[in-house]
Design a protein around this ligand. Sequence first.
Ligand code: G
Ligand code: G
Ligand code: MN
Ligand code: NA
Length: 250
Amino acid sequence: REMERALSQAVTRDELRLFYQPRYSLHSGKMDGAEALLRWQPSPPALVMPDSFIPLAEETGLIIPISDWVLQRACRDALSWPDRFYVSVNISPVEFCRGDLAGRIATILQVTGLPAERLELEITENVTLERPEKALLIMQRLKVLGVRLTVDDFGSGYASLGYLKAFPFDGLKMDRSYMKDFPHSQQAHSIVNGIIGLGKAFSLVITAEGIENAEQFAELRAIACDEGQGYYLGRPMPAVDFMRLLETAE
Ligand code: G
Ligand code: G
Ligand code: MN
Ligand code: NA
């Protein structure tokens, strides 16, 4: 297919871009990192969003070279941020159990020089479903490297809660759908509060995603959610804009 051919040349033609969305500590109220979000720019001004090419990349195996590019770019970019900042990268569940993810990441950390604890990998709970033994082994190897592992889109997949105990996760990102009627609806409030309590019971760092207004931000701080992300705090932006934001924020 036409799109497959174009995507296969995206890396060599230097058409991939990383956007960064700020992440905030809800304890200090200060920025402490960013999530890397991939875009494809086959020709300016066109900017293709990941939902329209990641599935094709997964089907064709192109996800591996693309992800290598993402990891390298993200680690390099993070080196010019403050030392206490970390960068989180989304890892496709298809890629997770294929090939040697831990080996690839070890190489990328070595080549770029980013300390492992500044890299966080976001994986959806579905990776724990298909081949749990293989997934556990890979996660254990990643933990030995020192990278952080978080459950992305928590509460939107099909896994039962047992995996939180069985797999070595460091954090949990609440799916942004939980922010929908939060904090005004009593039910939405109870559910979010419950997820925070649940996460703490498993000693996980809890991140709220999709924070879109000041009330949500204030209430999440009041109920001791650890980290936050969302349009209210900052939209995904090109790396240069994120650098500029850091200069004005520091
Ligand atoms: O901004 P947003 O449209 O960026 O992202 C849409 C979806 O694409 C999200 O589910 C996100 O996790 C995923 N995504 C964004 N960047 C990457 C990436 O570098 N690799 C993978 N595998 N998924 C990504
Ligand atoms: O699946 P994952 O959480 O990695 O995807 C992040 C997606 O959420 C990206 O598409 C990003 O652009 C989007 N996003 C980030 N913050 C907000 C927000 O506050 N509101 C909405 N609606 N989407 C957001
Ligand atoms: Mn994510
Ligand atoms: Na998410």
